[in-house]
Design a protein around this ligand. Structure first.
Ligand code: SAH
Ligand code: MG
Length: 363
């Protein structure tokens, strides 16, 4: 994240903080609901907490309030007007709030995919007012509507509980995306998190580490003392993955195996509660045969990219993709027809096949 830019917030943040006075995540513009961009004004190095300011398009409404305050007090530090993408917007310092990285959904970009920003003069004005208002809040003069200090406390608790360094994780993600490494997509991750909600995960097997991003994310799902075995055949990626895992401070939970999964998998033993297949698409049926051998009784097998940009479900396929498509189809056929498995193909990310073992029928 960068100061002076705008970000969208995940709905999960608003589920956690049901504060009535917290400005809603959605703003209605032209009768349509939009997620509200928030202006990132500063980062507290000590606490690892970001402070954001919601913006609003309702300039007329806030102009009235502003004028009233100016008449009455000759000063108004809680509302700032300014130009964003050529439109006048209101920066609602009175609604500023703390947040941590895991609740940031994405950056607000313009049509050309460039960061939306404000002029440095405006940025300075907002920053100054925000800092002043927060300072007052800390000594008991409450100009900010939601109880932001209580929110800050809760966020600090969450940071303390988290087993990994989320700020580093975000850097790892951004770097991987910039280098076009096909890391797991946000929506896929969210779905997996929900699927695992009432499962106890002690051991995870991953095929396809890349730079370790998904493994680092999965490490949050582990029970205490749990661990992840992950396989990667490209040496350069293994080296990067090791670095990243260290940066994220989860090196005690993740073992990377360097080599071809086709050779390594047959040497693995024991049972895994979750198996994530995310490597050469042409090998999925082979990976499945081992996944079935290595799956615990109530384990779950997840296969990423099974819809392969839509190719798997379409008739036309370029020569280059043909083997991958054939094998992905074979994988889907096997998991859906296997009488021991219950499978769903979800259209999240690039397609996720979710398979669990059917429970034994009670006679
Ligand atoms: N799971 C990662 C992304 C994996 S991308 C994440 O979401 O962050 C797929 C990776 O699998 C690539 O890095 C590729 O080098 C690796 N791979 C492909 N086929 C493989 C094989 N047969 N054995 C081991 N690794 C393989
Ligand atoms: Mg993938």
């Amino acid at each position: 994240m960068e100061k002076g830019k705008f970000y969208f917030i995940k709905d999960s943040f608003y589920k956690l903080f049901k504060e009535e006075k917290l400005m809603k995540n959605k703003e209605i513009i032209d009768l349509k609901e939009h997620n509200r961009p928030c202006f990132y004004t500063y980062y507290d190095e000590n606490t690892k907490i970001y402070w954001l300011i919601p913006i609003s398009s309702k300039t007329e409404k806030y102009r009235k309030i502003y004028n009233y305050k100016m008449q009455k007090n000759k000063i108004c530090d809680t509302i700032v007007f300014g130009n964003v993408l050529g439109y006048e917007k209101v920066f609602l310092i009175q609604n500023m709030f703390p947040i941590i990285q895991e609740f940031i959904q994405k950056e607000y970009k313009n049509k050309d995919n460039k960061s939306v920003a404000v002029t440095s003069i405006l940025q300075k004005r907002i920053d100054e007012k925000a800092q002043k208002v927060l300072k007052l809040q800390r000594i008991g003069i409450n100009l900010i509507f939601p109880d932001v200090l209580k929110m800050e406390e809760k966020l600090l608790e969450i940071l303390k509980e988290s087993k990994m360094n989320k700020v580093e994780l975000e850097k790892i993600k951004e770097k991987a995306l910039a280098e076009h490494i096909p890391i797991i997509m946000d929506d896929t991750l969210e779905v997996i998190e929900k699927l695992l909600e009432d499962k106890k995960i002690h051991r995870i097997l991953e095929i396809g580490t890349a730079v370790g991003y998904s493994a680092i994310c999965f490490s949050e799902f582990l029970e205490d003392g749990g661990n992840i075995d992950t396989i990667e055949r490209e040496e350069e990626r293994v080296i990067k993955a090791r670095e990243n895992i260290k940066k994220a401070e989860v090196e005690d939970k993740i073992n990377i195996y360097f080599g071809d999964a086709v050779e390594i998998l047959p040497t693995f033993e024991g049972k895994y509660d979750m198996i994530f297949i995310d490597a050469a698409k042409g090998k999925y049926p082979f990976f499945l045969s081992h996944a079935l051998r290595l799956l615990s009784d109530d384990g779950i097998i997840l296969a990423d990219n099974v819809l392969y940009k839509g190719y798997v479900m379409s008739d036309y396929n370029k020569h280059k993709q043909r083997t991958a498509v054939r094998n992905l189809r074979e994988y889907i056929k096997e998991v859906t027809e296997n009488p021991d498995l219950e499978t769903e193909i979800l259209e999240v990310g690039d397609g996720l096949a979710v398979s669990i073992r059917k429970e034994d029928e009670i006679i």
